[in-house]
Design a protein around this ligand. Structure first.
Ligand SMILES: *Cc1c(COP(=O)(O)O)cnc(C)c1O
Length: 364
């Protein structure tokens, strides 16, 4: 059994993928071109934003967007303590200071109550992350942002097509960022990412900044962070399948939920009301997590920790001197969470094996 079987997805799409790649090779125009423009338009439509700007990866998407927000030295940006490091490291890279926020109990997303406590006169913005595919509490965060005059960037790297209150994620803030890392819900065959926005000025800035400040004219300095033509061609083949894949992820999550309903010591991930959780990952909380993980490994069932150490406690942030008592929720999550195998092509029989093994561990 695999944690994620990418080959299964590619076997199913092989003829279409090969045709799309071949077409790019025949023209041998590998930067820009109609594939990039076509994918950007289709993805913007899928995510209900006016613009999607392709770039090199999801980390660059954050960095480019932070440039558009004009982060200055000393500026504080509130980010979740529980996320992939990109969300924080790009704030530093842009010249600002990431300030870590504890999670809302149960949901693995930034707690609006804690955000309020972290806002200072130096705070300029916040980056909620829809971690594991579950939308953060955007209405409350958006209200806070408006009240304190902060911008908001949504990190949608794990939340393609997720919705909250009928509104697709990525359309709540000034801009949003997406990753197409191969194992993400929509994955390229290499690194790729995008910035989403409905603000024309942000779109123009990001497009320029990602291409050396505007090709030919260089109205400013920028960098090189473009979406490869080959990756755009691959993503365009995959995008029409994303809704079906998302439905399958959600159906598998329902099956896990049902399997663990009456199991003591195992908590299924709660779903925020009025949302579509797209289950990039299915993350349970288990009382005897490490013992369970070893028990599953012995039976050939792979699991993972996303992420083994919460950001404030990483060596990279040791100079902050953070204490676990400042982050009670993520500290508990760090010790109890466990990511189970889940991908759209996962056979029911494999999932039944995972469920049976966890049930027998918990009931023994
Ligand atoms: C994957 C991920 C990123 C970064 O994406 P890359 O394409 O790997 O650079 C950023 N934020 C979160 C929450 C992610 O999961």
């Amino acid at each position: 059994m695999e944690f994620v079987d990418l080959a299964a997805q590619h076997r199913a799409l092989a003829p279409e993928l090969e045709r799309a790649i071949q077409k790019v090779i025949e023209r041998s125009a590998f930067i820009g071109g109609e594939e990039v423009a076509a994918f950007e338009a289709a993805f913007a439509e899928a995510m209900t934003t006016r613009h999607a700007i392709g770039c090199a990866n999801g980390t660059d998407a954050l960095f480019l967007t932070l440039q558009a927000m004009e982060v200055q030295p000393g500026d504080e940006v509130i980010v979740p303590a529980h996320t992939w490091i990109s969300t924080a490291e790009t704030v530093t890279l842009a010249g600002g200071t990431p300030v870590f926020c504890d999670s809302e109990p149960g949901f693995f997303t930034m707690d609006p109550e804690r955000v309020r406590d972290l806002i200072t006169e130096r705070t300029v913005g916040m980056i909620p992350v829809h971690l594991y595919g579950q939308p953060a509490d955007m209405p409350v965060l958006a209200e806070l942002a408006a009240r304190y005059g902060l911008w908001m960037i949504e990190d949608c790297a794990q939340a393609h097509l997720a919705t909250l209150g009928g509104q697709t994620v990525g359309s709540w803030g000034a801009a949003a960022t997406v990753s197409f890392y191969p194992a993400k819900n929509l994955g390229a065959m290499g690194d790729a990412g995008a910035v989403l926005t409905s603000q024309d000025a942000v779109a123009t800035f990001v497009r320029r900044f990602a291409n050396h400040g505007g090709k030919g004219h260089h109205v400013m300095e920028g960098t090189n962070s473009r979406l490869d033509t080959l990756q755009a061609a691959v993503l365009s083949v995959k995008l029409p399948h994303l809704t079906t894949w998302t439905e399958r992820r959600r159906a598998l999550a329902d099956r896990y939920d049902a399997g663990f309903e009456d199991v003591p010591g195992i908590t299924s991930p709660p779903r925020r009301p009025d949302t579509t959780h797209v289950f990039h990952l299915y993350v349970i909380r288990a009382e005897r997590r490490d013992a369970l993980r070893a028990f599953l490994a012995e039976r050939g069932i792979p699991t993972a920790l996303h992420y083994p150490t919460m950001l404030p406690f990483l060596p990279a942030y040791a100079d902050r001197g953070h204490e676990r008592s400042e982050f009670p929720v993520v500290s508990l999550d760090e010790a109890t969470m466990l990511s189970l195998p889940l991908y759209p092509e996962m056979p029911d029989a494999d999932q039944d094996r995972v469920i049976d093994a966890i049930r027998s561990f918990a009931m023994e």
